[in-house]
Design a binder for this molecule. Structure first.
Ligand code: FES
Length: 165
């Protein structure tokens, strides 16, 4: 396994482990930190996590493949997560998702959510579905990087993307 992380990140993670009663309890926090740093979770990152926490790699793969938030491939620099749960679906989030894909140059027939979100040819955008973003009253909504964008219309998606170019 050839995988290495910056010393400062490794020391942060070493310190993090000490806050939990068992090493394995820090698994999700490790994965969040590694995805935040590298953009996705490579097999090297997964195996490194397992080794640091005294787990078998399958224990970590199970987490990565269970939670759609975790990715095994790089997403776009601008990550668009459209809510598809009931309120947003009824308010048109499927049309919004397709419109974001079209505005970003992504084939809307590609995968809709999960661990390998479709990425635009220039690598700038990825679009995927997620579940409820806890803003049902202003549906449909999307999380664009760390920004919650509300009351989105299909017609408004291209203008939203220009703010991230
Ligand atoms: S259903 Fe979309 S934010 Fe709750």
């Amino acid at each position: 396994m050839s995988f290495s992380i910056p010393a400062h990140l490794e020391s942060e993670l070493n310190e993090l482990v000490t806050r939990y009663p068992q090493k394995r309890s820090a698994s999700l926090m490790f994965l969040h930190a590694l995805q935040e740093h590298f953009g996705y979770l490579s097999s090297g990152a997964i195996e490194w996590t397992a080794s640091k926490l005294g787990l078998a790699p399958i224990n970590v793969y199970e987490l990565v493949t269970f939670y759609p938030w975790f990715r095994q491939q790089a997403a776009g620099k601008v990550c668009i997560r459209v809510c598809r749960t009931l309120s947003c679906a009824l308010a048109g989030s499927y049309e919004v998702r397709d419109a974001f894909c079209k505005a970003a140059g992504i084939d809307p027939k590609g995968p809709m959510h999960g661990h390998t979100p479709p990425v635009s040819p220039d690598g700038k955008f990825s679009v995927e579905f997620v579940e409820c973003l806890a803003s049902c009253g202003s549906a449909p909504v999307a999380l664009i990087n760390d920004d919650l964008v509300e009351d989105i219309t299909p017609e408004g998606t291209a203008a939203i993307l220009t703010q991230y170019k």
